[in-house]
Design a protein around this ligand. Structure first.
Ligand code: COA
Length: 152
């Protein structure tokens, strides 16, 4: 299960440079609706391995494998990642927080925390591919449905 570590991400944007403090923490019961809403968001489902909506049974199953991604001094929830028993990682950020470098930092933290990981990414999900590569993963092979990334 995820513990807590802090790093600072510097994300440059047209309106300046923002410093974020990004942290992974274990999921708690009160994170349930945050995670389910994000997981069931149509855009998130469209890029995931399983596009079907999920509910309470999924939450109970993945909760031990979930880490909540928080950012800022108030530890605001910005997304989650899941590392399953086969060390396969998946990640989702709330739409508002995408494209600011937070996903890359969360993946770097996951590398430190969990050790060797594998990711399955759709070939049209360029943002995800780029974030994994920036976090030190490398493309290793293709399956009929996904590009496979492992830690370099
Ligand atoms: C994938 C995800 C976690 C990445 O996190 P993020 O914080 O948005 O990504 P980052 O800002 O760290 O980096 C994204 C990179 O992709 C690039 N990118 C974004 N959209 C892109 C696009 N359409 N085409 C090419 N590159 C793109 C960005 O420019 C950035 O690269 P750069 O820093 O070299 O410019 C996040 O976007 C997300 O949650 N997406 C929806 C769910 C998802 O796709 N999950 C992964 C399933 S495998």
């Amino acid at each position: 299960m995820a513990g807590s570590r802090d790093v600072h991400a510097r994300a440059g944007r047209a309106d300046g440079v923002i410093d974020y403090s990004v942290r992974l923490r274990p999921a708690r019961w009160w994170d349930r609706w945050f995670v389910l809403d994000l997981r069931n968001d149509p855009d998130t489902r469209a890029v995931g391995i399983n596009a079907q909506p999920v509910g309470a049974a999924w939450w109970r199953c993945v909760k031990p494998m979930l880490a909540i991604i928080t950012a800022g001094s108030q530890s605001y929830r910005v997304g989650y990642l899941i590392v399953n028993t086969k060390c396969e990682i998946s990640i989702a950020l709330s739409p508002t927080f995408r494209g600011h470098g937070l996903g890359t930092i969360a993946l770097l933290l996951a590398r430190q925390q969990y050790g060797p990981l594998t990711a399955y990414v759709k070939d049209d999900n360029l943002a995800s591919q780029r974030a994994f590569v920036k976090a030190g993963f490398r493309y290793v092979r293709v399956t009929p449905d996904y590009l496979v990334y492992e830690m370099a």
